[in-house]
Write a protein that binds this ligand. Structure first.
Ligand SMILES: Nc1ncnc2c1ncn2[C@@H]1O[C@H](COP(=O)(O)OP(=O)(O)O)[C@@H](O)[C@H]1O
Ligand SMILES: [Mg+2]
Length: 706
């Protein structure tokens, strides 16, 4: 790129176009020649075939549409041949949002992220979109309340509606959805989810006010901003109207009446660039697009100020180089521009700065980069168009440069009527074609996973597994999966066993045995579990209530388990004789204990997921207990729940192992295990080999998938 000549030697200074990729900043006082320097870069990028998007707050960049004076060019040592080449290649298009003077362009804040984005990028894309809407509604999203909460609410509302396929495409339908998120129920939303969206973020009056504001955006100038002209889309901006040309897109911000509108416009442009950029795959160092903003201090001020466009433009500066997006900016007030964004620019053009304060700031900036500070003293003596280029990749010392003469015109800012004259009919026709028929169905929105889907190993239809040791009729009546049927049957069976054993205990008590206390205890528990069965049946329509009762009744459930163990032990130790019922107790004990163990095992296993593996057993145990507590208290967070399918699978696997072990013991007649007939030992051998094969395969697969 031919940017100018060395001030001392008069030799031509060429920069490799790879410097663009690492971002550029033009710094200097008013009149030092920053805008001209930026135009030189834009002209050079265009000659290189790189399209550009330029934010022109003052209207002087729009002069790129005017060819410079030939005689003046020759006088100033300009290359006439390259100037002609620029004329041939460049397609300068001045976009005037809300106005027809140049090419009208409108924002389409409703266009959702599309393409294949990774989970993280997807989440931030939707977040940016929600934040854009919150800003359009006049909220400061940097303030937690209400701006931040409104943003969170909109994020949930929009992603959920996209998931259900009823994503709004205009402010009227967005407004309707904000007033009444319940509309999504008709599309099959879960009532609990809707309740969470309505109640979880903002109060009803705030929500209603938000809806009113969205509705208001559908009228007046606002409406023009969203409806007049070509919908803003980066692909359209990169497409030449005439084949073979290189687009130079200039956003003439003066056509936007208020500062708020300009901020919103820039934010939306940034968001579209971000979404576009994430979908690019770019070779190292390649530049696909040059994005330049003049006079950035209003849009990218230093902290704590956070105007709407700052966050997204910062992301572009931070991540752009990976995707071939080159960012450039110009400012006269270094002190007032976010230093983290400035710090991303690897090539800095430093022009004239007179005040001591300004030079101090430049020194600070250069110190961070470890550059030589000698140049700072020379800054006041620089003329317009003279710069020191600091670019550590290319030169250890600053390059003393005078920027070259422009191929295009430079001077006063352009008025709207001049812009009108500079927009040829051929471009207007091209733009018109792209304005009318903009359909939203072209690309389906890329939707982030719901919280439920994100939780480990869970797919849409699985429900968390939790063992309830009481009730069960409902589980049988409305079977969700084999596991809940098993649990229901176990509970029913246990209730019957409780009744039977209580009856038997009562008999022995009548026969004169001293079992009073045990009998009272047993009767109470049998009563409770029978009541649970009845209540659950009566409340069959009130699921939420049943759930709550179950949660509360948890201690009683454990009492029942303990009671069954007492019965089993008492029977063994011959405190009492339950004769024929003892086999029932064995079964009830096995099954209900199994469910409790399964649930516990899963909590522990899931708790482990959160552990940093630490081979100190004590620390591990402490950590496990801690994360279990965490899980138990935040039980509604589905993330850490095992699903019943998983549980069912591990249960089957466990049974297989026990069976295989038993078969092995029988086969090799270990201990007291014996097989009397050759026929049974044949069957056992065959069964054993099948089980052994299955288990080996599962263990192998499991081991490898980890
Ligand atoms: N390369 C150059 N050669 C000669 N004069 C220049 C050059 N660059 C800029 N100038 C002069 O400086 C003036 C201001 O430049 P400009 O880029 O608009 O300043 P800034 O954007 O820093 O305020 C221009 O109108 C022009 O007369
Ligand atoms: Mg300027």
């Amino acid at each position: 790129m031919h940017v100018g000549s060395n001030r001392n030697t008069d030799k031509t200074v060429e920069l490799p176009s790879s410097v663009l990729n690492k971002h550029v900043a033009m710094l200097g006082a008013t009149g030092s020649g920053k805008t001209v320097a930026a135009k030189v870069l834009i002209e050079e990028a265009t000659l290189d075939g790189i399209p550009s998007i330029i934010v022109d707050p003052q209207g002087d960049l729009a002069r790129l549409a005017i060819i410079g004076d030939r005689a003046a060019l020759a006088e100033n040592g300009g290359d006439a041949e390259r100037s002609r080449l620029w004329e041939e290649k460049a397609e300068v298009r001045i976009w005037t949002p809300t106005r027809q003077k140049g090419l009208p362009i409108c924002l389409d804040p409703f266009s959702p992220p599309t393409g294949e984005l990774d989970a993280e990028a997807l989440v931030s894309s939707w977040d940016l979109m929600a934040s854009g809407f919150a800003v359009l509604a006049g909220h400061d999203v940097e303030k937690k309340s209400p701006g931040g909460q409104i943003k969170a609410f909109l994020n949930e509302l929009l992603t959920e509606s996209a998931r259900l396929g009823c994503y709004p495409h205009d402010f009227v339908s967005l407004s309707e959805l904000v007033v009444n998120p319940g509309l999504m129920l008709e599309e099959g939303a879960e009532p609990a989810r809707i309740a969470e969206i309505i109640g979880g973020y903002i109060k009803d009056p705030v929500r209603e006010e938000l809806a009113r504001r969205f509705n208001a955006l559908d009228s007046g100038v606002n409406q023009l901003l969203f409806s007049l002209g070509v919908p803003m889309d980066i692909e359209t901006l990169l497409e030449p109207a005439k084949n073979g040309k290189v687009p130079v897109n200039i956003f003439y911000l003066k056509s936007l009446g208020s500062e708020d509108l300009r901020q919103s416009f820039l934010q939306e442009l940034g968001r579209r660039l971000y979404d576009w950029m994430l979908n690019q795959s770019t070779a190292e160092g390649e530049t696909k697009l040059l994005f330049f903003i003049d006079e950035v201090s209003k849009y990218l001020p230093s902290d704590p100020r956070q105007p709407p466009a700052k966050q997204i433009i910062k992301l572009l500066f931070e991540q752009g180089r990976k995707y071939g997006l080159s960012c450039a900016l110009a400012t006269q007030s270094v002190a007032n521009v976010d230093y983290k964004i400035l710090g991303q620019a690897n090539t800095i053009f430093i022009g004239r700065f007179q005040t001591k304060q300004d030079r101090g700031k430049i020194a600070d900036l250069l110190k961070v980069g470890g550059a030589d500070l000698g140049l700072v003293d020379e800054l006041p003596s620089l003329e317009a168009g003279e710069f020191q280029i600091v670019c550590p990749d290319i030169s250890k010392v600053p390059i003393q440069i005078k920027t070259r003469w422009l191929y295009t015109d430079h001077g006063a800012t352009l008025g709207e009527n001049e812009v009108e004259a500079l927009t040829p009919q051929s471009l207007r026709d091209w733009a018109k074609e792209r304005s009318v028929a903009h359909s939203h169905s072209a690309n389906p929105p890329a939707i982030p996973l719901s919280r439920k889907q994100m939780s480990k190993g869970m797919t849409e239809n699985e429900t968390p597994f939790e063992s309830h040791l009481m009730g069960g009729l409902m589980l049988l009546k409305d079977p969700k999966d084999p596991l809940s049927v098993m649990l229901g049957a176990t509970n029913l069976f246990t209730a019957l066993v409780l009744l039977t054993t209580t009856y038997l205990l009562g008999q022995s008590w009548i026969d004169g045995e001293n079992l009073g206390l045990l009998l009272i205890f047993g009767s109470l528990l049998s009563l409770v579990s029978c009541v649970a069965l009845v209540v659950e049946t009566l409340l069959s329509d009130e699921r939420a209530l049943v759930q709550r009762i179950r949660k509360r009744a948890r201690p009683i459930q454990y009492l029942i388990l303990i009671w069954i163990w007492i019965l089993w032990f008492g029977n063994r130790a011959a405190w009492f004789d339950l004769s024929w019922a003892s086999i029932l107790i064995d079964i009830a004990q096995t099954l209900s204990t199994l469910f409790v163990l399964l649930e516990m095992a899963h909590r522990i296993r899931l708790g482990n997921l959160q552990l940093q593996l630490d081979w100190n057993p004590l620390a591990m145990m402490k950590e496990a207990v801690h994360s279990m507590k965490l899980l138990l208290s935040e039980s509604e967070i589905a993330v850490m729940r095992a699903t019943s399918n998983q549980v069912m699978q591990s249960l089957q696997f466990l049974t297989e192992i026990v069976t295989a072990c038993l078969l092995g013991l029988l086969l090799f007649e270990i201990g007291d295990f014996t097989l009397d007939s050759t026929f049974s030992s044949e069957i056992v051998l065959r069964l054993f080999s099948i089980y052994a094969l299955q288990i080996t395969a599962k263990v192998y697969v499991n081991f490898h998938s980890k």
